[in-house]
Write a protein that binds this ligand. Structure first.
Ligand code: P6P
Length: 302
């Protein structure tokens, strides 16, 4: 069953279903750009975080923003690759706000590893002051051996695979079990300064957890969603107490998806979906995945 038809069958609001479908089509275009692999060189520009952009980042961002600019149901969008929120001028009541990371982990394309796009969809005219709980939908696209999307709404978390120019339902109602001995430990350098993180790492080793870490947040969390277990961590450390990953563009959408699949997502203390967006560039530590595994991490970090 095709994406749009399935969303309608789930009872997802028509305008939201159409927006999701348009973003999915933009992801299909991005997968072609990624596959071509010709745009891995630097664009000669930096994003809002001072990180050098690849031509791939800029191209991916434009493929999404060009859809959003034309969509009358979208009042505002924010991209990890742009300085500020972009008001589209379509200010009708209950219009959508789309926050996105167009190509997370783009530097991995150069070494032929999977990468992805991340979307958080709200009903808003600005993201400041919103919380992850306010999202109407969160979605990731995974550009790997197959191009897939995992889309979460109040109607559950489902996977769709791109084939014959359309996204078709391939896995319904993804669920994450309470326990799962698989770990994706980001930022292990933090073990040097954070004895709690070192204790947690030793706990994983002592209990023979299976390591599954690629350096790409999207494929690493997609692994947890499809295997139905495990956890991903990226703590802060001395130089970056709030860690590296962004609340609005990466962590809040991932938290929405994982919680709707029965998992847990916190910053080590606070549920991520309750953290207010204070700035577009706000970072947060993240512990996300199987509920018991995340709670064990929280205990070890105390
Ligand atoms: P590190 C990719 O650059 C990214 O933003 C996430 O996709 C990934 O989880 C993280 O950074 C990897 O960070 O410090 O391991 O390179």
């Amino acid at each position: 069953m095709e994406l749009l038809e399935h969303l309608k069958q789930l009872g997802v609001e028509e305008r939201l279903s159409v927006l999701i479908s348009k973003l999915a089509d933009a992801c299909a275009d991005i997968s072609c750009v990624v596959e071509a692999g010709k745009m891995c060189d630097k664009a000669g520009t930096c994003n809002t975080f001072g990180e050098e952009q690849l031509a791939l980042d800029v191209a991916s961002d434009r493929l999404i923003s060009s859809v959003l600019d034309k969509c009358e149901d979208v009042a505002v969008y924010a991209s990890e690759e742009l300085e500020e929120e972009v008001k589209t001028g379509h200010d009708a009541q209950d219009n959508f706000g789309v926050a996105y990371d167009p190509l997370d982990g783009s530097s991995l394309v150069n070494v032929n590893l999977a990468v992805g796009s991340i979307f958080g969809i709200y009903k808003c005219d600005s993201f400041i002051g919103k919380k992850g709980d306010d999202q109407e939908c969160a979605m990731i696209a995974i550009y790997g051996p197959r191009t897939t999307i995992v889309c979460a709404t109040k109607a559950g978390v489902h996977e769709y695979t791109f084939c014959d120019s359309k996204f078709n339902l391939t896995k319904e109602n993804l669920q994450i079990e309470k326990e799962g001995k698989t770990f994706a430990p980001g930022n292990l350098r933090a073990c040097l300064y954070n004895p709690g993180y070192r204790n947690l790492f030793n706990y994983w080793l002592d209990n023979q957890y299976t390591l599954r870490y690629s350096g790409g947040m999207v494929p690493d969390i997609n692994h947890i969603l499809l295997k139905g277990k495990g956890l991903f961590t990226y703590p802060g450390y001395k130089d970056m107490p709030d860690g590296k990953l962004r609340l609005l563009y990466e962590c809040a959408p991932m938290a929405y998806i994982v919680e709707h699949a029965g998992g847990r997502a916190t910053d080590g203390k606070i549920r991520l979906l309750e953290k207010a967006i204070e700035s577009l560039s706000q970072r947060t530590p993240i512990f996300i995945g199987s509920e018991t595994e995340v709670m064990t991490a929280e205990e070890m970090l105390k």
